[in-house]
Design a protein around this ligand. Sequence first.
Ligand code: UD1
Ligand code: CA
Length: 460
Amino acid sequence: MDNCSLILAGGQGKRMKSSKPKALCEVMFKPMIDWTIDAAKGAGIKDICVVTGHLHEMLEEHLAGRTETAFQSERLGTGHAVMQATDFIARHAGANVLILNGDCPLMDSRTIKDALDYHIKNSNDVTVVSAKVENPFGYGRIIRDAGGFLSKIVEEKDASASEKDCNEVNSGAYWFKVDVLLDSLTKINNNNKQKEYYLTDCIENSIKEGLRAAAFTASTADVVLGANDRIQLLYLNDKLRMKLLEKQMLAGVDIPCSEGVIIGPDVKIAPDTRIMPGTVILGKTTIKKDCVIGPNSYLVNCSVEERVVLDNVKADDSVIKADANLGPFVHLRPNTVIGKSVHCGNFVEVKNSTIGEGTKVSHLTYVGDSDLGKNINMGCGCVTVNYDGKNKHRTKIGDNSFIGCNTNLISPVNLGEYSYTAAGSTITKDVPAYTLSIARSRQENKEGWVKKNKPLKNMD
Ligand code: UD1
Ligand code: CA
């Protein structure tokens, strides 16, 4: 039978003052419960069950199809939470079960695996993951006997003054032999200050029964960090942000200054790409090598090829091909494909459009619902007029065209290749290939008119 994991996430997290259950509060834009699930999965555990409680429907919906759930109808402590999943646990008889707190998003796969190795090597019945912290306040203390062997875990509220001095604390993660856990759950009670069924009491009971229980001390104190309020969430965000940046830097990404740089956990960036300050990259974004992203860029679910430069760019759900140079101040809205070596300059917005290789859209232009070919030059201030108040229509421009400054293209409209529009034109009809289209009123000069009429100041 394979090992399994039970994640405790029934708590409300009152101090978050959120309409969501605590486990759905996010750290680095990912719910805490997902960090915990990924840590278990990363350690090779496939069978996972989550104990839900407060606002359980929301958590169940979030987890649908990914994990089993067990509902705890009232919050009577971590031991009671585990009891709600006895069916799940019992199905793994003969194996080990990993218990995790759903509000400790820095618990990692490495620590889980190392703790399991330790658990198995020492033939332990239960192994608790502990950590040495500077300030143990609020955590359960790991109490050892004179020989250094684990004797019990005491909660803050039940601890004596000398027990409180102990700075080795319980992370809330444990490896139990399934049969040992099931048996000891039947033996715990709620005779304590909080009137709760403590999971930690299973350990003291096991020791008293002569079973093998030990603490595995994690190499970093971060694994115990939890969040009870938004201030602690910020602390976790700060920690995890740096961890994620470090991961990228170790993989070759250049981050010369980390101020304002946030890179989400699912973002993939190739070596020698430089991320400049103030840049947020989230979702399933991928970026190939030798790009310069930022300063002040915001990318969500984008795919960026080699040698792209993005200076002050906001982009969602877009593809940017090799050697494109965008910015400063470009906005790419969903469903945009920017072709190879394209340049978009300041105050250009592109939505639901493709722009072909080598095309330049340098200034103050809106391209919406359009297909632009290759090597087009869009002058300053052009607008694809895609919306008639009811419906959206597409604009098509053929390769090598020249769109004069301040051209309005009233869609639906097609311009052939090598078409040429005069500046200031409002194009309402298709323009065939190799055609100059002028769609503006003719200029009339009235010579001497100003002298005669003196409409300006200082003319008397
Ligand atoms: C628990 C441990 C403590 C450890 C700390 C680490 C016990 C008795 N204490 O304390 O030794 O140092 O974690 O973070 O286990 N939960 C339920 N149902 C309940 C109670 C809790 O699902 O009835 C869930 C919570 O949602 C949470 C987890 O269990 O995800 C831990 O519960 P919490 O109340 O935060 O325990 P701590 O007091 O922090
Ligand atoms: Ca807690």
